[in-house]
Design a protein around this ligand. Structure first.
Ligand SMILES: [Zn+2]
Length: 166
C-alpha cells in the first residue's frame, strides 16, 4: 500500500478544499484572544461548540485535555506572540482518560496487541473533576503566563453543552 492509497481520500478532499478556500489572509494572532485546551476526542468540535471560526483561537489538544509541560510551553508562546489573553481548559464527559486507572489503560493497550507501555505516564485521571481543578491551578500558577484568566470547563458529548467547572 502506498502513501497515496493510505491518505488518498484526504488528499482528494483537500483538492476540493483548495478550490473553495476562503481563509487566505487570516492573521496568525488569535482574533478572539483565546486559547482552548481540550481532549483529542473526535466527538469534540472546539471552534463550533464555542461559536468560533478559524482565526479566533489557538487550539491545543491532547489525551484528556491535561496541562502538560508542552501545553504550558505552547501557552507562553501563544500569550506573548499570538495574542492570547484568556485560556479555556475543557475536559469532557465519557473521556477514556478519566474514570479508569493508569494500569487499566496499560492493560487495554496490551490486550489490543500493543507493547508494554508501563514506562509511559498517560496522565489518566481517576477523579476527573479534581484533575481539572489541579490543571487549571497549575496554569494559573505558571509564572511565565502572567496574570491572565484561566477557566476550567466540562463538555457534554451527548448534549454539546459546555459548563463552567472552576
Ligand atoms: Zn477525552
Amino acid at each position: 500500500m502506498t502513501a497515496d492509497d493510505i491518505f488518498g481520500a484526504e488528499l482528494r478532499a483537500n483538492a476540493d478544499y483548495v478550490d473553495a478556500f476562503a481563509l487566505s489572509g487570516l492573521e496568525a494572532v488569535a482574533g478572539a484572544g483565546l486559547a482552548v485546551l481540550t481532549c483529542m476526542d473526535s466527538r469534540i468540535e472546539p471552534l463550533a461548540m464555542l461559536g468560533l471560526t478559524p482565526g479566533d483561537a489557538k487550539i491545543l489538544r491532547n489525551a484528556g485535555a491535561r496541562v502538560t509541560d508542552d501545553v504550558l510551553r505552547t501557552l507562553v508562546l501563544a500569550r506573548y506572540l499570538l495574542g492570547v489573553k484568556r485560556v479555556m481548559i475543557i475536559a469532557h464527559t465519557r473521556c477514556r482518560m478519566a474514570g479508569a486507572s493508569e494500569s487499566d489503560v496499560h492493560s487495554a493497550i496490551h490486550a489490543m496487541g500493543g507493547p508494554d507501555t508501563r514506562s509511559i505516564s498517560f496522565l489518566v485521571a481517576t477523579d476527573q473533576a479534581q484533575a481539572l481543578r489541579t490543571d487549571v491551578q497549575r496554569a494559573r500558577s505558571w509564572p511565565y503566563l502572567g496574570d491572565i484568566p484561566v477557566g476550567g470547563f466540562m463538555y457534554d458529548v451527548e448534549s454539546g453543552r459546555v459548563t463552567r467547572a472552576c
